[in-house]
Design a protein around this ligand. Structure first.
Ligand SMILES: Nc1nc2c(ncn2[C@@H]2O[C@H](COP(=O)(O)OP(=O)(O)O)[C@@H](O)[C@H]2O)c(=O)[nH]1
Ligand SMILES: [Mg+2]
Length: 324
């Protein structure tokens, strides 16, 4: 059976050939795998690419940090969120205001040409925000689409003073070309590969007219996408933004404790919303899913300390005591 590969596949293959480090090569192959249609004709090729990734991963871990490029940002903390948008919307300013990082902020476009991470605290966890180069069709680096697909969620910055509705439409169109759908249902089903959770931020709320402009944006997209308005520079609504990011990520924090002891609230297990006790046990140790007999839970139960079974769905803030 012929493989019938789309043209984007050959673009990705070219990136693979020009990639320098093992990590860059892995990203390129993941891209090829993502593009490739899944049917009998591609079975063999997919298996071959997967085994190449396995070999490259070994090489990548052998090399030290110095060999790694800045293009692949390893996830740190509870989740990774990529901050994207058109030039001058305030992406770097947001990262500078809300994280421990200090990227360059300037009133001319293209100040940011690599991706750089910063850690944002939310209550007792840290969430990684990644600053990215502005989305301009003529200057999108090949590594950006895979980075945006690998992130746990996207944060789209929109400048409220500069036609926010058009800006957001432009970003949605560019994401569709990267085969990312953020849930506005404008892209053709067969080209969309992944759906990304997304938070829209209208920025520069401190400027005259920004509030009205945000109302227009909200009216246009507010039913489909979670959004809020901030001033990244003045710090307006940034505390609320931290919470909104946590909500959009759809994650929960679960704490473990030993019998008769208090839980450690400094070091939660991070799980996706809807995870069960068995998932939590596995997150503690890979063998625990199989070995787990039952647990006691404090928090979501009506009676604190009740016994729960493996398929019990956990809630944010639950404390569990695992019994093997
Ligand atoms: N008035 C106003 N200007 C802002 C705000 N946030 C960022 N800016 C300005 O917008 C310009 C672009 O910011 P920058 O973070 O470099 O944008 P980026 O290209 O999206 O990374 C800079 O001149 C910032 O000072 C804000 O909340 N209010
Ligand atoms: Mg920037």
């Amino acid at each position: 059976m012929p493989a019938n590969l789309p043209p984007q596949y050959f673009e990705a293959e070219k990136n693979f050939r020009t990639a320098k480090s093992p990590t860059e090569k892995i990203v390129a192959i993941e891209e090829m795998l993502a593009i490739m249609p899944k049917h009998k004709g591609t079975d063999h090729l997919r298996a071959e690419l997967r085994s190449r990734i396995a070999k490259l991963s070994q090489q990548a871990t052998k090399k030290t940090g110095a060999q790694r490029t800045s293009m692949v940002i390893e996830r740190e903390g509870a989740a990774q969120m990529a901050v994207i948008g058109l030039p001058n919307t305030g992406k770097s300013q947001l990262i500078a205001s809300i994280t421990n990082a200090s990227p360059a902020v300037a009133d001319y476009p293209f100040t940011t040409y690599t991706a750089s991470p910063g850690m944002m605290a939310f209550e007792n966890i840290q969430i990684q925000l990644v600053d990215t180069p502005s989305l301009m069709p003529q200057s999108i680096e090949w590594w950006l689409p895979p980075m945006l697909r690998r992130a746990d969620a996207l944060l789209v910055m929109v400048d409220l003073l500069d036609e926010p509705v058009l800006q957001l439409a432009e970003v949605i169109g560019q994401l569709a070309k990267m085969r990312i759908d953020i849930g506005v249902g404008q892209v053709e089903a067969e080209v969309v590969l992944i759906r990304q959770k997304t938070l829209i931020i209208g920025n520069k709320l401190n400027q005259a007219g920004a509030g009205e402009s945000y109302a227009v944006l909200k009216n246009e997209y507010g039913r489909q996408l979670p959004m809020m308005a901030v001033s990244a520079r003045e710090g307006t609504n940034l505390e609320e933004l931290r919470r909104k990011v946590f909500q959009v990520l759809d994650i929960i924090r679960v704490y473990t404790k030993a019998p008769g002891q208090k839980p450690d609230h400094g070091d939660p297990i991070i799980l996706t919303q809807g995870s069960t006790l068995a998932d939590a046990a596995e997150a503690v140790h890979k063998d625990f899913r199989a070995r787990l007999k039952y647990a006691r839970v404090w928090g979501s139960g009506k009676h604190d300390g009740i016994m729960i079974k493996r398929d019990h769905v956990l809630q944010d803030g639950d404390v569990i005591e695992l019994h093997m």
